[in-house]
Write a protein that binds this ligand. Structure first.
Ligand SMILES: Cc1cc2nc3c(=O)[nH]c(=O)nc-3n(C[C@H](O)[C@H](O)[C@H](O)COP(=O)(O)OP(=O)(O)OC[C@H]3O[C@@H](n4cnc5c(N)ncnc54)[C@H](O)[C@@H]3O)c2cc1C
Length: 421
């Protein structure tokens, strides 16, 4: 008989684990504290804009192999549109525009073509990518790359802030290297943006829930885990608000909740502390803007990336703890002029907006916190950890979350013969 597995948390880590374990024939129960799945990656109907919006822009790339495997398992490979491997930028101070255009194939000859790289940068400046390969465990991005570097402002800063969501004088440099290896250094085929035109939930979450239901998994919303009781070095009872679940001798648990919640449930766990905010501003325009790309990077602005979907432009500001303390009004008023310029509606009045503040969008990805990330296995033989904060080697991203779920599922599978013997 295959193990009964209790997966706690229906974010992408928990969903990826639950789907993989269901595929392997395990009897899966998925528990989620909220009334819906998706966690930090979800869509909702906003009454002010009268539009479906995502809690935040999520840029994923075709080199995200774990995400693509997950999409294939849930039968949703077509749910994300493969955009062109073109990354447009605008310097809002000067109005200068350019696009980064990686070429097909693994030899990055695109850096030799001035029309494919940022203005003022030489091909040799891209060798700075190797600084991330050489980075030590205690190095921050600012330690390995000077702010005066010709690619700092036009390439590394928007990329590193988006990926690490931590101020660059504190952000660990090391986790950026695997991102480069799996995407930009593999050429155009691995850095096509994957865009959720119908929203993140429809693309990544709803198909997983439907697939799990088809596989016979038991999905329980509104179930918050408070504590795990152990006996003989095994998790023995799951204490939810209002109900206890006693675990059988062959039951396993995958805990796929954020690091702060995991520390409440398991106070002795080694885990990163703290979190960093992301602020997203969604503007509804009177019409779709005359801007012909799905997204654009903003240089010289408080905001870093703007995504256009129909008549809604959604703007991301990462590492935004200070900004998150301001009122929605002042955030929208402050960033709108630069956003308008970026999407070619310069001077347009401030439209209707919704500000979404995710105060703990990711863990604070400092070198120390990165070194504190735990492996899936725990001191309890039948308890495994998943989540973007566990030690995937990747930054806290969708790809990292999905990979952590797959890793936890592998641990359950590998542990099984030992348990049944
Ligand atoms: C605004 C924003 C923008 C982002 N942009 C990007 C991007 O561009 N690209 C990218 O790759 N990544 C991005 N990310 C990061 C990405 O969203 C996360 O890394 C990923 O969604 C984390 O998934 P997870 O499953 O590890 O955690 P979560 O999504 O947090 O899922 C954990 C789940 O556990 C539930 N839970 C918590 N406590 C309990 C409990 N005690 N009992 C039961 N359930 C519980 C929660 O409700 C939640 O549903 C962004 C994140 C945010 C917030």
């Amino acid at each position: 008989m295959l193990t009964r597995v209790h997966v706690i948390g229906a974010g992408l880590a928990g969903l990826a684990a639950a789907v993989r374990l269901s595929e392997q024939g395990h009897d899966v129960t998925l528990y989620e504290a909220a009334g819906q799945a998706g966690g930090r990656c979800r869509s909702f109907h906003d009454s002010v804009l009268d539009r479906l919006i995502d809690n935040g822009n999520h840029l994923v790339l075709s080199g995200n192999t774990s995400l693509r495997a997950y999409l294939s398992e849930i039968g949703a490979t077509g749910s994300l549109i493969h955009g062109d491997p073109v990354f447009p930028f605008v310097d809002v101070r000067s109005g200068a525009r350019w696009s980064l255009r990686p070429n097909t194939g693994p030899i990055p000859w695109w850096v030799l073509a001035p029309s494919r790289r940022p203005p003022g940068a030489t091909a040799g400046a891209f060798l700075s990518a190797l600084n991330f390969w050489r980075a030590g465990p205690d190095d921050t991005v600012a330690d390995v790359l000077a702010q005066t570097h010709p690619l700092f402002e036009t390439f590394w800063e928007p990329l590193a802030l988006a990926v690490l969501n931590t101020p660059l004088d504190r952000a660990a440099a090391k986790p950026l290297w695997p991102v480069l290896v799996e995407t930009f250094l593999r050429g155009a085929a691995a850095c096509r943006p994957l865009l959720a035109s119908g929203g993140l939930s429809a693309a990544l979450v709803d198909p997983a829930i439907a697939h799990l239901q088809q596989c016979g998994a038991n999905i329980q919303f509104g179930q918050r885990l408070r504590a795990i009781e152990s006996r003989d070095d095994r998790a023995a009872t799951l204490r939810f608000t209002g109900a206890d679940v006693a675990l059988g001798a062959a039951d396993a648990v995958v805990l796929a909740i954020p690091h702060t919640d995991a520390q409440t449930v398991l106070p002795d766990i080694d885990a990163p502390r703290g979190g960093c905010a992301i602020v997203n501003a969604h503007f509804r325009l009177p019409n779709a803007p005359p801007f012909d790309a799905p997204f654009i990077g903003l240089i010289g602005a408080a905001a870093q990336w703007a995504f256009v979907r129909g008549d809604v432009v959604s703007v991301t500001i990462s590492a935004a703890d200070d900004l998150a303390a301001q009122s929605a009004d002042s955030i929208a008023t402050m960033i709108w002029p630069d956003v308008a310029r970026a999407i070619r509606v310069d001077g347009a009045p401030l439209p209707a907006y919704r500000i979404v503040k995710e105060r703990r969008a990711t863990f604070d990805q400092t070198p120390r916190a990165v070194q504190a990330r735990p492996e899936p296995a725990t001191a309890l033989a039948n308890l495994y950890l998943a989540g973007d904060w566990t030690n995937t080697g990747l930054p806290a991203t969708i790809e990292g979350a999905v990979r952590s779920g797959h890793r936890a599922a592998n641990f359950v599978r590998r542990a099984q013969p030992r348990r049944l013997a």
